[in-house]
Design a protein around this ligand. Structure first.
Ligand SMILES: [Fe+2]
Ligand SMILES: [Fe+2]
Length: 307
């Protein structure tokens, strides 16, 4: 049985062979005809030339065209995902509005940071939109969706339950992304955006009620494998931490950015990435600049209220 790909190759090869043979016979054959070559030698020459040209062109067509097609359809897919009207984002915006808003802010932060070092800014922006889609499952567990009504956990087993849901959202996100046929590059960032860090705020809460096991508070990973993945991880934590900052001035924002990056380095989340100190500086400065512009209105309002 001849496979579909082979059938196409044979068909293209035959048609090209006939076309090239025809052109060679019309243009090359008469040119050599005046030369002292026998008719038989000329015929073999034209036949061989036609055959090899057909093989080269048809192989190129069969193996290069699908790749070009894949790239075109991938870029179409990315354009569709870049729209905030994507059904998955609409679902996030209605079921977990706080997480949706957070994701838009993460997209702003990560896009600018990626641009500052020449990383794939479009990929990080789109991946940021979708990084927390796993929060569609149990959205009320996450503080950003609690509308200021902070849910208090008052025993260890309850905290362990919450920790299980929270540390699982990257994996759930990966599954949802697959269901919606998101590209692999985005699925990779979704699963790596917490790396192998731990949900410290919950662990600290749990310590008040007994001796919790840190393993229950750790995200399953993997750690970021690409610069784009690492940028989303940092933007994610920086955005979440900035929400809790009372004084959003340049000094405090710079401190917050530096602390977040240091924390991720200490947790060895940078270990798979080759990051120069100049990249580090550029990303750091970009985060500070974007945060300052994002929270500019909050700073102005605060100054206005104080006066
Ligand atoms: Fe997350
Ligand atoms: Fe997030």
């Amino acid at each position: 049985m001849v496979s579909g790909n082979k059938k196409t190759l044979i068909l293209i090869l035959l048609s090209l062979f006939i076309v090239i043979l025809f052109f060679n016979s019309v243009f090359i054959f008469p040119a050599f005809y005046a030369e002292p070559l026998s008719f038989g030698t000329l015929a073999v020459l034209v036949f061989t030339m036609s055959f090899f040209s057909a093989v080269v062109i048809s192989t190129l067509l069969v193996y290069v065209l699908p790749q070009i097609n894949t790239e075109i359809s991938l870029s179409k897919k990315f354009t569709r995902l870049d729209s905030l009207n994507h059904p998955l984002l609409l679902k996030l915006s209605t079921q977990a509005p706080g997480s949706y808003h957070h994701s838009i802010n993460v997209a702003n932060l990560s896009h600018q940071a990626a641009k500052s070092i020449g990383a794939n800014a479009a990929l990080v922006r789109i991946a940021s939109y979708y990084h927390d889609i796993g929060k569609i499952i149990h959205p009320e567990t996450y503080i950003e969706n609690q509308n200021g009504r902070k849910i208090i956990n008052n025993n260890l087993s309850q905290i362990n339950k919450v920790a299980k849901i929270i540390t699982n959202h990257a994996l759930s996100g990966k599954e949802i992304a697959k269901e919606y046929d998101l590209p692999d590059e985005i699925i990779q960032i979704i699963s790596e955006h917490h790396g192998t860090t731990s949900a410290k705020f919950l662990f600290d809460q749990a310590k008040e009620f007994g001796s919790p096991d840190i393993k229950n508070f750790r995200y399953p990973g993997p750690k970021p494998q690409t610069v784009e993945s690492l940028i989303v991880m940092l933007a994610d934590c920086i955005e979440a931490a900035a929400k809790g900052l009372k004084d959003l001035d340049r000094v405090n924002i710079a401190k917050l950015v530096d602390n977040t990056i240091k924390e991720k380095i200490d947790e060895k989340q940078f270990s798979n990435i080759n990051f120069s100190s100049s990249d580090y500086q550029k990303i750091r400065n970009s985060f500070i600049k974007t945060l300052l512009s994002m929270y500019h209105q909050r700073i102005v309002n605060k100054e206005y209220n104080e006066n």
